[in-house]
Design a protein around this ligand. Structure first.
Ligand SMILES: Cc1ncc(C[n+]2csc(CCOP(=O)(O)OP(=O)(O)O)c2C)c(N)n1
Length: 290
C-alpha cells in the first residue's frame, strides 16, 4: 500500500467528481450514491492523490458509479472488474486499486473471480454494493435477494437460499472483511479508511438500496424508510463478544468482521522467491522491481 498523508482540508465531494457528467443517472434515493460519497470521503481523509487512485468497476448501476469519480477509472465487463484490477495492481503496485462491484456482478457472473481475488490477497479494496437485485437490467433476482422477495424473475417470491457475501469472502481468504449500511455514513467512511489502509485484499459489503425497482415491487417504502429498515436489522460488531445468540432472526453484523495479517500477495511472492534466489535483481525471477 502506498504511503498516504492525512489531509487537513475539508472534504468537498465536487473535488472528486466528474461534474461535467452531471446530472448522474441514479434514481432518487439510490443507496449507491451514499456509498460513493463515503468512499470519496475516505479517499480524501487518507490524502490519496487522484493520480494514485485507480477505480475499476463492472457493469450495473454499481459499476456505473465509478464513471463519476475524477481519477483513473476503468469501466470493464460484467463480472470481471476483479480480473482487470488484478492485472492492473500487478503491473502498477504503486497505485491504490479500488473495485466497485454489485451483487450480481461479483457474486453471480463474477463469483469465481471474487473467490480467487480473496484467495490471492492482492492489495486491492473491493466494494460490493449489495442492493439485493440486478438493478440496471430491470430487477432480476440476484444471489443476495432475500427470501420471499419479488423480482421480475421471481413473480411468486424468491425461494433460493441467499449468499452471505462476507462469510464467502472470509472463507475464501480475504484478509479484511467488513460490512456497513448506508444509514451509517461516517461509520461507512471509517470502514473504507480501514480497508484502504489494510495491506492485502479488503472486502467491504455495503447494504445499499434499490428504491425504484426493488423497493417499489416489494412495497418497502420510500428511501428513508428502506434505509431505516436496515438500521433495525443490524447487530453492531461491539455486541458480538457479549451476546452469544442473535437477538433477532434477521441480525446482520456490521463493522470489521474479520481481519488477518496474512502476507499480501507481493510480500508473499517476494518471500517465496527471495528464499530461492538470494541477491537477485531480476523481477522475472522474483527479484527487486525498481
Ligand atoms: C456478460 C454480460 N451478461 C449480462 C449483462 C447484462 N447485465 C448488465 S448489468 C447486469 C446486472 C447488474 O446487477 P448488479 O451487479 O447487482 O448491479 P446493480 O445494477 O444492481 O447495481 C446484467 C445482468 C452484461 N452486461 N454482460
Amino acid at each position: 500500500m502506498v504511503e498516504t498523508g492525512k489531509t487537513t482540508q475539508e472534504f468537498e465531494i465536487r473535488d472528486y467528481l466528474r461534474t461535467e457528467l452531471m446530472p448522474h443517472f441514479m434514481c432518487p434515493g439510490c443507496g449507491h450514491g451514499i456509498a460513493l460519497r463515503a468512499l470519496l470521503w475516505a479517499i480524501h481523509d487518507l490524502g490519496i492523490a487522484k493520480d494514485n487512485l485507480a477505480v475499476v468497476s463492472g457493469i450495473g448501476c454499481s459499476g456505473r458509479t465509478a464513471a463519476y469519480i475524477d481519477a483513473n477509472t476503468i469501466h470493464t465487463t460484467h463480472g470481471r472488474p476483479l480480473s482487470f484490477a488484478t492485472g492492473l495492481k500487478l503491473a502498477r503496485p504503486d497505485l491504490h486499486v479500488v473495485v466497485i462491484t454489485g451483487d450480481g456482478d461479483s457474486l453471480a457472473i463474477g463469483g469465481n473471480h471474487l473467490i480467487h481475488a480473496c484467495r490471492r490477497n492482492l492489495d486491492i479494496t473491493c466494494v460490493l454494493l449489495n442492493n439485493e437485485v440486478y438493478g440496471m437490467t430491470g430487477g432480476q433476482v440476484s444471489p443476495t435477494t432475500s427470501a420471499g422477495r419479488y423480482t421480475t424473475t421471481t413473480p411468486a417470491g424468491n425461494h433460493e437460499p441467499v449468499f452471505d457475501a462476507c462469510e464467502l469472502a472470509t472463507a475464501a481468504g480475504a484478509s479484511f472483511v467488513g460490512r456497513e449500511i448506508t444509514m451509517h455514513v461516517t461509520a461507512l467512511r471509517d470502514l473504507f479508511v480501514q480497508g484502504l489502509k489494510h495491506s492485502g485484499f479488503s472486502f467491504i459489503e455495503v447494504i445499499s438500496d434499490c428504491t425504484e425497482i426493488y423497493g417499489r415491487k416489494n412495497e418497502l417504502g420510500n428511501s428513508p424508510e428502506m434505509v431505516m429498515s436496515h438500521k433495525a436489522d443490524i447487530r453492531p460488531e461491539s455486541y458480538g463478544n457479549v451476546v452469544d445468540e442473535p437477538f433477532r432472526p434477521t441480525d446482520l453484523n456490521v463493522g470489521v468482521l474479520s481481519q488477518t495479517d496474512r502476507p499480501e500477495y507481493y510480500t508473499a511472492y517476494r518471500q517465496h522467491f527471495g528464499k530461492q534466489v538470494e541477491g537477485n535483481d531480476d523481477p522475472k525471477k522474483g527479484g527487486a522491481v525498481t
